[in-house]
Design a protein around this ligand. Sequence first.
Ligand code: PLP
Length: 457
Amino acid sequence: MEKKQYERPHIIKLNTGMPAKFGMMNDSFLMTHIEGIPVKDLINEHGSPLFVISEQVIRNTFRKAYKAFNTRYPKVQFAWSYKTNYLTAVSNIFHQEGAWAEVVSGFEYDKAIANGIDPKKIIFNGPGKSEEELITAANNGSLIHIDHPDELYQLINLAEATLQKPKVAIRVNMDTGIYPMWDRFGFNYENGQAWDALNKIMNSGKLELMGLHTHIGTFIMSANAYGIAAAKLAELTVGLYTKYNHTIKYLDLGGGFASKNTLKGSYLPGSDTNPGFDDYAEAISTALLNSPIKPENLPILVLETGRALIDDAAWLISSVIGNKRLPSGRRATIIDAGVNILFTSFWYQHQITPAQGHSQYREDTSLYGPLCMNIDCIRESVNLPQLNKGDKLVIHNVGAYNITQWMQFITLRPRVVLIDKDSQIRIIREREKLDNIQMQEQVPESLILHSDSVVFP
Ligand SMILES: *Cc1c(COP(=O)(O)O)cnc(C)c1O
């Protein structure tokens, strides 16, 4: 029998494990393996901290999402939101599953092309496209989603010289009952801006109006909001048919579906409360099928789902650096993963599970990262067993936005591995080295230090 670990006694307020003002006690069950692979081995082989992504979970989640829509609506097309996670291996799994690419910058556009996607299957969103980028996208027959009037006029101007009529949609913002409204992108529905833009496009004769787009926000907890959005886009679709006899090829409802994560301040875990793909699909397809759009004119339904497709497919493994007691008596545990690589810890209560056996005793703990910054807190309060120096823990649902928004700050960024569908571990992004950082820098001759140029008294 294994010898029980000694823990010194503590005196602490009784914690009954009932829901508190801040929600349920975090049930940090044990997670010693990820998809059958020991966490300890992953760290020994690839270093700590480490991002681990599961190909099978990505494929399963995608298929579940596709099925939710495809069983309710005849024509469905997903487009992978690059900014959510644009690692080539990850993007290409989505492309293999049939997703187009959805990009919001010239850099992401070039990355999608370099990944090997057909440019006709790229949706180019965002408020900041340069003239050169617009020309390239137009020449390639990519789908350009116009964000503001100046971009519209610029495209009409450029259209004289492009190899083909630019294929466009407009982004529409609207009141769907979600506040604050994301009204800084696109043309407003309620005040008529959207119609103004459509009239200009149709009368210019220079652009090929393919679709209508909206992206109402992110982590939207109401499926009903999508029903409202779909109904409003359907009304514009019918208006274009009535006035111009023009058939819209696709309606793009954007992204924004909630993942299974738990938002900060939530009373219950997100996996219990957040709407699922079926709920969103039901709201959107019902609104479109009940709209006055004629069945033969039903547009393709495009979805740019980001976080809900990838969040649950990734974990961040981290090691304990040390423990201490704060003056308040609270236990603080310092781990080697900071907020610079886990941006989402600012708005999620990420689930945390120990990766090795532990005793029964649990305690509310503050979990800090390794940065010398006060904001470097992964969880302000999480109920955890005693974790000792060198112990490992697993942070769940980290697939969305972390690997794109991470910062090289104080520490270097860690390796990312994929557990592929044959359970093989593949490195899909190498850890950063000092050289990667130095490579970008240049030092003027006069600022190169020589051994005699630094003199200590
Ligand atoms: C970020 C973004 C998405 C993806 O949003 P999620 O909330 O991650 O689903 C989709 N479309 C556009 C235009 C975006 O900017």
